[in-house]
Design a protein around this ligand. Sequence first.
Ligand SMILES: Nc1ncnc2c1ncn2[C@@H]1O[C@H](COP(=O)(O)OP(=O)(O)O)[C@@H](O)[C@H]1O
Ligand SMILES: [Mg+2]
Length: 288
Amino acid sequence: MSGSAILVSCSALPEGDGDEHAVPEALADLGFKTRWAAWDDTTVDFGAADIVVPRATWDYAERRDEFLSWAESVPTLANSAEVARWNTDKSYLAELGDAGVAIVPTTLIAPEDDAPRWPKGDFVLKPAIGAGSRGAGKFTSGAAAVAHLESLHAEGHTAVLQPYQSSVDTEGELALVYLGGVYSHAFSKAAMLGRELDESGLYVTEKLAPVQPAAKFRALAEDVLDATSALLGILRAELLYARVDLVAGPDGRPLLLELELVEPSLGFRQTDASAVWRFASAVRQQLS
Ligand SMILES: Nc1ncnc2c1ncn2[C@@H]1O[C@H](COP(=O)(O)OP(=O)(O)O)[C@@H](O)[C@H]1O
Ligand SMILES: [Mg+2]
C-alpha cells in the first residue's frame, strides 16, 4: 500500500515548530509520501491527498470561519472538519461537563451578557475561540478583569471565566496524547500565563517535560474520549489524535482544562521514538 499525506501548517511556521520532524520518515516506512503545506496556500490541492492532517495551523483563531470552510472543503481531513468545528470553541467544555466529565468550572460570558459575579480567588479570562494561550489572562479581582472582559467582547469573543488552578504552578498541566483513540504518551506543561510569546507571535513559549501520569489522570482522560465520541457520534478510533490537558483541582482530583483535537503539539520530542511509529500506524488505520 502507498499513499500521500499532507501535514498542515500555517504560513508563519511552514513546517511547524519541529515536533513532527520524525513523522515524514515514519510515514514513509509505511508507504506514505508526505509533504507540509499551509492551510491557506491556495496553490495546494488538498483534495488530492489520501490524508490531510492539521498539525501546526496555529493562526486559525483569528480566522476561524475561513479555516472551517477550508476544513469542510477537505474530505480526507483528520481530524474531520466536524470535529474541528466543535473543538475550536471552548463551549465544548460545558457540553462535556453536562455529560458528567469533571471539568475546570467554566462560565461562558457572551458579549450581550452582563458582567458576572467574579470568583473569590484568582481567576482566568480567555477567549472561547483562541489558541496558544493568546488572550488569556490571570486576575485577582473583578476590578482588574473588567477591561480584559470588555476587550474580548469588543473583538466579538465570548469569554471563558474559570477559577485559576494553582496546581499549574506546582505540578503543571498534564497533556495525555491519544493516537487512533488509544493512549500513547504524556507530558507536562509548566504554567503559561505571564510567559512570553514565541517570535512567530502565534503561541506562548512552552516548558514541557515527559511524565508518567497517575491512574486517576489516565482514567479521566479515558472518560473525556468516551464522552467526546458519544457527543460527536463517532468512534474513538476515528480520532487520529487527541490531547487531553488535565490539571489537579483544589482537592487533588483531576479536572479537564482543555481537549485539543485540531492542532495540538503532540510532544513527540518529549517521548520515545516509537510514538511517531504509533502515529504513522494510526494514520494508516484512518485509511482502512
Ligand atoms: N483555569 C486556569 N487555571 C490555571 N491556568 C490556566 C487556566 N486556564 C488557562 N490557564 C493557563 O493558560 C494556558 C492557555 O489556556 P488554555 O485553556 O489551555 O487555552 P489555549 O491553549 O487554547 O490557549 C494554559 O496552558 C494554562 O497555563
Ligand atoms: Mg492549552
